[in-house]
Design a protein around this ligand. Structure first.
Ligand code: NAP
Length: 384
């Protein structure tokens, strides 16, 4: 049976790698997957090339001018504005949109009772209390694509107990490009150096988040939302080689880890094939050349964003939405030269200090929280 896949954010790092996995699987077993829908922000030429190759039924383009241009240059494809309109024509929806813009796809997919292959962590972090109940929609299934959460998902399959017998989740972090540097060293880092990730090639927002350890902090909240593990039982360990993707320590003292060379093709293929494993191998380890695997604690005082995320997660309600929105604004400010790298954490601290304590009861509340936090963050950025 052909699995119909919609790729939201098809022109990005996750989106293009999803297409590579599907190409490889279809080369091995023709007709395994059909890409029935795509969505993108504004990358006209790339999305046109993808339409030409994959012949989807529906393509969503967020940017109005780009949408008009794509519509004018294609035939036989329904062109729409809203990313969430890709859901109807697919069995599995890969959410590779970046940032809060991914919320509609996350919510719409779970509400439609379909499989969500979730790379867009921001939607789960911002809207955790609203997304949780949707996971019980008949047919709805959330399989994480983030490599750490995919690793945890695989490790947790080793227990059939209702509580999974978990003592601790251990998220690994590469440490990013600035591992080992002091706050003084980092006073004047350039955008170029923040984008030079040592082990992963990703989109710009998540790459900057990796440099500040905000990405790991957001992943702590993501792990809490996905697996219900209390924050005090989620730890972070720096592992510069990015071969151990995360670990679960069980109640009897055993630790189970998932290993592969760093590639997103593996977690994407896992989410597409689940509960089976795809037959195309990605990230196989050559143990004769692997060398050593190192582990060290994170530097929590230089990389303040990690503990900020723990704090926002523990506050709960809309605090993670506020943190995520503040971080998006600060990172955009850094990428456009308005904010120093060191000030990303300052912007997030200042925004969180003004959190109004709200608890979201629906998607509109989450959108409102995002907008309030964004406005506060934008004002702070303008004053930098
Ligand atoms: N990249 C990785 O290895 C990786 C690993 C783990 C998790 N993730 C997560 O996956 C998500 C995507 O990351 P990425 O690195 O793939 O980002 P990216 O390379 O920047 O790609 C983002 C995608 O989102 C699209 N997009 C942007 N704004 C949009 C909007 N308003 N509506 C619809 N689509 C929009 C972009 O379209 P345009 O190209 O047209 O702008 C692009 O297709 C993030 O949440 C990230 O944290 C990524």
């Amino acid at each position: 049976m052909t699995v119909r896949v919609a790729i939201a954010g098809s022109t990005g790092s996750i989106g293009t790698q999803t297409i590579e996995v599907i190409r490889a699987e279809n080369d091995r077993a023709p007709g395994s997957y059909a890409v029935t829908a795509l969505s993108a922000g504004s990358s006209v030429d790339l999305v046109l090339a993808q339409i030409d190759e994959l012949r989807p039924d529906v393509v969503a383009i967020a940017d109005e001018d780009a949408r008009r241009e794509v519509a004018a240059r294609t035939t036989g494809v329904t062109i729409v504005a809203d990313s969430a309109d890709v859901i109807d024509v697919a069995d599995v929806i890969v959410n590779g949109v970046v940032g809060f813009a991914g919320l509609a796809v996350t919510v719409g997919t779970l509400r439609a009772g379909k499989r969500l292959a979730l790379a867009n962590k921001e939607s789960l972090i911002a809207a955790g209390p609203v997304v949780q109940p949707l996971r019980t929609t008949p047919g709805a299934e959330l399989v994480p694509v983030d490599s750490e959460h995919c690793a945890l998902h695989q490790c947790l399959r080793s227990s059939s107990a209702p509580d999974r017998e978990v003592a601790r989740l251990l998220l690994t972090a590469s440490g990013g490009p600035f591992r080992g540097r002091t706050e003084d060293d980092l006073a004047a880092v350039t955008v170029e150096s923040a984008l030079a990730h040592p082990t992963w090639a990703m989109g710009p927002k998540i790459t900057v988040d990796s440099s500040t350890l905000m990405n790991k902090g957001l992943e702590v909240i993501e792990a809490h939302e996905l697996y219900g593990t209390p924050y005090e039982d989620i730890d972070v360990v720096v592992h510069p080689q990015s071969v151990v993707h995360s670990m679960v320590e069980f109640s009897d003292g055993s630790t189970i880890a998932q290993l592969s060379m760093p590639t997103m093709h593996l977690p994407i293929g896992y989410a597409l094939g689940y509960p089976d494993r795809i037959a195309t191998p990605f990230g196989r380890i050559d143990w004769t050349t692997l060398g050593s695997l190192d582990f060290e604690p994170p530097d929590r005082s230089t990389f303040r964003c990690l503990d900020l995320a723990y704090a926002a997660g523990r506050i709960g309600g809309t605090a993670p939405a506020w943190l995520s929105a503040a971080n998006e604004v600060a990172v955009e400010g850094f990428l456009s030269g308005k904010v120093r790298w060191n000030a990303i954490a300052d912007v997030c601290v200042e925004v969180l200090e003004r959190h109004d304590g709200a608890i979201p009861s629906d998607v509109d509340d989450v959108i409102e929280a995002d907008q309030i936090a964004r406005r506060i963050a934008e004002r702070i950025v303008e004053q930098q």
